[in-house]
Each structure stands twice: as structure tokens, then as C-alpha cells.
Design a protein around this ligand. Structure first.
Ligand code: 13P
Length: 247
């Protein structure tokens, strides 16, 4: 399976900075390169990469199609400006903006109905990890988010395991933890859908990924790539990580 490297820029960069990043981006066809800038950069960046394999997407979207939802952006609007994927259920959406599993499920359903590829983020926080609840938390997140889906709806889906305790902390999960949790996610997908779907659905790791720890994580068979925050803002580091993915 082709490995994917996904940049989540969170609330960073202006349009000019986004375009300068793309001008210096060194991508190759054998790696799936995805960038999720803030909404305001999507159109310019999508136009810049048109005709290449680089994909520009969004960090979030509404679970509604249109209506009186001040400040929200719909999937139709995202597609209109050239977004070709969307990240859903990021822990910062869950924890800071209090998105519930049910709201995230509505967003997943919207993405599926509108046929936009999505990356669903799951992961436990430090307290849950210490209480040995990682599997329970992740299973719950997956089961709720995918409750209304059937196997065919997962063909454009990726899952990102992002332990909250590893995000922005420098405290990266060990390859052993990542491997165990990714296998567990595959088990849950097997139970919910089929073994085939479980093996076909890319599972990314995210949380303090940087060039120093990238290879050990991404080379694992259970890891289909990485979702990167901080280290994806610097094009030199991002290029370095793309290069580390072997043919
Ligand atoms: P960091 O790579 O900055 O830890 O962020 C991870 C993340 O939240 C990506 O979505």
C-alpha cells in the first residue's frame, strides 16, 4: 500500500506562506502527499497543485449541508474551492470545540454522501491511557463514527490514530504502542465490516512526528503513513520526511 504523509497546519500560515511552501515542496508520485491548510488557503493552494498528485483538503467541515450555522463551512463549499479531502474528529475539535462522537458521525455521513475522501481521527487522552482504556475509547469512537456506514462507504476513508497525549507534546508513541493500536483498529474494522476492508483502509499515526522518529513509525507494516502537525509547517522538514519513505 502506498504510504501517505498528511500535513495538518491547524491555525497557521497566510496564503502567501502556503504558496511559498508549495513552491519549495519536493514530492514524488510514490508517496501520497496531503496538505490541510486553514480554509482561507484552500482555493489558492488547490489551484497551485492542479495536475499534480498533491492533494489539498480541509481540517474540518459542518455536518449540515446549508442553513443558519454562523461560522460553519459545508462540504459543498469545500468542494467548490477545490478541497479533495477532509479531516474529521481531530482531538482539538473534540476537546476544545466539544464536538461529540455523534456530531462527528454526522460529519462522516455527510462526507460519505458527498463522496469526499475523509480522514477520521481517533485516540485516547493521557488519563484514559493511564487507566488502560485506550482500546475501549478507540472502539467507541470508531463504532459511533461509522454506525450508519456499510463496507462500501469506507473506500475513501483513512483513519488516523492520534493519541492526545502525544499531540504537540514531543512525547511520541513508541513503535510498539502504535503497532498494537493499529492492529486493534484493524480488528475493530474487521468486526464491523470485513477483514478485507480492515486491511484496505489506511491507518495513519499522528502525534509529535518529526524526522527523528518518522522512519521507525512509518516503516511499520500496520502504519500507512503519518498525520503531522508542527513539523509539517517547515517545508524542509516535510520534504525530509517525504524522502524517507522508500519506493
Ligand atoms: P503534532 O505533530 O504537532 O504533534 O500534531 C499532531 C496533530 O495533531 C496532527 O493532526
Amino acid at each position: 500500500m502506498k504510504k501517505n504523509i498528511v500535513a495538518n497546519w491547524k491555525m497557521h500560515k497566510t496564503r502567501q506562506e502556503g504558496l511559498s511552501f508549495l513552491a519549495a515542496l519536493d514530492h514524488t508520485e510514490h508517496v501520497g502527499v496531503y496538505i490541510a491548510p486553514p480554509f482561507t488557503l484552500i482555493q489558492d493552494m488547490a489551484e497551485f497543485v492542479r495536475g499534480t498528485s498533491v492533494r489539498i483538503g480541509a481540517q474540518n467541515m459542518s455536518g449540515h449541508n446549508s442553513g443558519a450555522f454562523t461560522g460553519e463551512i459545508s462540504v459543498t463549499m469545500l468542494k467548490d474551492v477545490g478541497a479533495s479531502f477532509v479531516i474529521l474528529g481531530h482531538s482539538e475539535r473534540r476537546n476544545i470545540f466539544l464536538e461529540s462522537d455523534e456530531e462527528i458521525a454526522a460529519k462522516v455521513e455527510r462526507a460519505v454522501c458527498e463522496n469526499i475522501p475523509f480522514i477520521l481521527c481517533v485516540g485516547e487522552d493521557r488519563e484514559e491511557k493511564n487507566a488502560d482504556e485506550t482500546q475501549e475509547v478507540i472502539k467507541n469512537q470508531l463504532v459511533t463514527a461509522f454506525s450508519s456506514l456499510t463496507e462500501k462507504h469506507l473506500k475513501n476513508a483513512q483513519i488516523a490514530y492520534e493519541p492526545v497525549w502525544a499531540i504537540g507534546t514531543g512525547d511520541v508513541a513508541t513503535p510498539q504502542i502504535v503497532d498494537e493500536v493499529h492492529m486493534f483498529i484493524q480488528e475493530v474494522l474487521s468486526e464491523m465490516f470485513s477483514r478485507e476492508t480492515a486491511l484496505r483502509t489506511p491507518i495513519l499515526y499522528g502525534g509529535s512526528v518529526k524526522p527523528e522518529n518518522f522512519s521507525a513509525l512509518v516503516e511499520l507494516k500496520s502504519v500507512s503513513g503519518a498525520l503531522i502537525g508542527g513539523a509539517s509547517l517547515d517545508v524542509k522538514l516535510f520534504n525530509q520526511m517525504i524522502k524517507m519513505i522508500k519506493d
